[in-house]
Design a protein around this ligand. Structure first.
Ligand code: CAA
Length: 260
């Protein structure tokens, strides 16, 4: 597949999507979003892909958010379109039936942080800086930031970050539960690869059902969520992979999951 604004690579069961506009700190425009959506369609269709890594080109940014320059003279209809575009990307990542890791290798600001928050796992390099900085240009988060940030770190800190627009460093983000782990810059790419490889070797159907249950469960009552979990448990229990996992345990060997 040919892309202009992203780099799309597949190896070892990992699909890596790199936002490739380093001269604009990997800011999102419509083309970047459309290309990522196309790559995600390929991920869906390719059963050899078990996990996705989303990252930014260069050492400076995951993404500095929506393209601010394209906002000059923007009217309400265009802003609504921009919001819809970002929501479409976030929901494609959130609803993808495979785990997605955001490898935050620098700034993740505004829409950049919102996209990272729609991923399942966030690994930050030590130089990463995160923030919902929209307020500084007289705007609010428009790709789910008011909702996902609040769900991830709670209302107290979400309001502080969204109202002040300040950036936090990687360690603070880890303390807030915004990122899963922080890795020194020189070990970052390898740490992300190792984490992705670990997920790539897990049972794909179990991962898919667990992701859906965790995401859906956050939106519904506990009783309804537990009932869904029961059904999901039944589905996963009917897979060949469970039998492989049980056999591997008994035979004291590593399981080979096939996604069946
Ligand atoms: N959109 C377009 N271009 C951007 C950009 C963005 N979001 N962020 C950075 N760039 C461009 C800069 O304009 C600059 O390009 P030029 O050299 O052509 O001027 C280039 O990237 C490098 O940036 P800086 O020179 O500013 O780099 P710096 O190291 O001095 O500062 C920064 C880095 C603090 C991240 C600063 O670039 C910055 O504050 N960027 C904006 C971040 C932001 O506010 N993002 C939110 C966008 S709104 C949004 O995302 C809405 C939403 O919810 C969907």
């Amino acid at each position: 597949m040919e892309f202009k604004y992203i780099i799309y690579e597949k190896s070892e069961g990992i699909a890596t999507i790199t936002i490739n506009r380093p001269e604009a700190l990997n800011a999102f425009n419509a083309d970047v979003i459309n290309e990522i959506l196309q790559a995600l369609e390929d991920v869906k269709a390719d059963e050899n892909v078990r996990v996705v890594v989303l990252t930014g080109a260069g050492e400076k940014a995951f993404s500095a958010g929506a393209d601010i320059k394209a906002m000059k003279g923007m009217n309400a209809l265009k802003a609504r379109e921009l919001s819809q575009m970002g929501e479409k990307l976030c929901s494609a990542l959130e609803n993808l039936e495979k785990p997605v890791i955001a490898a935050i290798n620098g700034y993740a600001l505004g829409g950049g942080l919102e996209v990272a928050m729609a991923c399942d796992i966030r690994i930050a390099s030590e130089n990463a800086r995160m923030g919902q900085t929209e307020i500084n240009i007289g705007l609010i988060p428009g790709w789910g930031g008011t909702q996902r940030l609040t769900r991830l770190i709670g209302m107290t800190k979400a309001k502080e970050l969204i109202f002040t627009g300040k950036m936090i460093d990687a360690r603070t983000a880890e303390q807030l539960g915004l990122v899963n782990m922080v890795v020194p810059q020189d070990k970052f790419r390898e740490a992300v690869r190792q984490f992705a490889l670990e997920l790539a070797q897990k049972a794909p159907i179990a991962l898919k059902v667990a992701k859906a249950l965790i995401n859906k469960g956050a939106e519904i009552s506990l009783d309804a969520a537990i009932a869904l979990e029961r059904e999901g448990f039944g589905v996963v229990a009917s897979t060949e992979d469970l039998q492989e996992g049980v056999l591997a345990f008994i035979e004291k060997r590593k399981p080979m999951f096939k996604g069946r």
